[in-house]
Ligand binder design. Structure first.
Ligand code: TQI
Ligand code: ZN
Ligand code: ZN
Length: 170
C-alpha cells in the first residue's frame, strides 16, 4: 500500500498549477525534456494538478538537474547504478538525477539490450515526481512507488495504488 512522508506534506490547495524548470548549467535536448513532460502528465492525468515548463530556474516550484557526485545537498551521487536520482518532499521541489547513469531516453525497449546498466529515464522520473508530490514508497510491487526497479526495465504506468495515494493528497 502507498505511504506518505511524515506529517503528510503536500503542495497547498491554492497551488494546483506548478511550474518546473531545468538547471540551465546542464542543457538538455528537447527529447529529454519531453520525457519529463510525459512523466508529469501521468500524475496530472489523475489529479487537479497542472505542470507547466518554465524557463526560470530560480522561480520555479520544481527544479530538475543532472549532477555528478557531491553536488552540495549532502546526498552525493555514486556513479553507475546505486542511487539513480532523488527528490525531496513538498514544498522543496528539488529533483536531482545522477548524470553518470546510462539513461535511456527512447521508449524503444530494444535499446536496453545494447546499453550496460541501462536506466529508463521516464520510469525514474515518474517515481521521483511521486516523491515531489508527497508520496513515499509503496509495498505494492507493480506500483510506480515500489522502492526497487529492475535494471533495464520500464515501468511508467500508474497502478491503482499510486492513483489512490495521490488522490488522497490532492
Ligand atoms: N533513489 C531513492 C528513491 O527515490 C532515494 C530514496 C531512498 C528515497 N529512500 C527514500 C526517496 C525515501 C524518498 C523517500 O527511492 S533511487 C527507484 C526505484 C531510485 C529508486 O535512486 O534509489 C527509482 C530512484 F524505485 F526504482 F528503485 C528512482 Cl524508480
Ligand atoms: Zn541532490
Ligand atoms: Zn523512491
Amino acid at each position: 500500500r502507498y505511504t506518505f512522508f511524515p506529517g503528510e506534506p503536500r503542495w497547498p490547495k491554492n497551488r494546483r498549477d506548478l511550474t518546473y524548470a531545468f538547471d540551465p548549467s546542464n542543457p538538455l535536448t528537447d527529447e529529454v525534456k519531453s520525457v519529463f513532460a510525459r512523466a508529469f502528465g501521468r500524475w496530472s492525468d489523475v489529479t487537479e494538478l497542472n505542470f507547466t515548463h518554465s524557463e526560470s530556474f530560480k522561480t520555479s516550484d520544481i527544479t530538475i538537474g543532472f549532477y555528478t557526485g557531491d553536488h552540495g545537498d549532502g546526498e552525493p551521487f555514486d556513479g553507475v547504478l546505486g542511487t539513480l536520482a532523488h527528490a525531496f518532499s513538498p514544498p522543496s521541489g528539488k529533483f536531482h538525477l545522477d548524470a553518470e547513469e546510462n539513461w535511456v531516453v527512447s521508449g524503444d525497449l530494444n535499446s536496453f539490450l545494447s546499453v550496460t546498466a541501462a536506466v529508463d529515464l521516464e520510469s525514474v522520473a515518474v517515481h521521483e515526481i511521486g516523491h515531489l508530490l508527497g508520496l513515499g514508497h509503496s509495498s505494492v510491487e507493480e506500483s510506480i512507488m515500489y522502492p526497487t526497479i529492475t535494471t533495464g526495465k520500464r515501468k511508467v504506468d500508474l497502478t491503482n495504488d499510486d492513483v489512490e495515494g495521490i488522490q488522497y493528497l490532492y
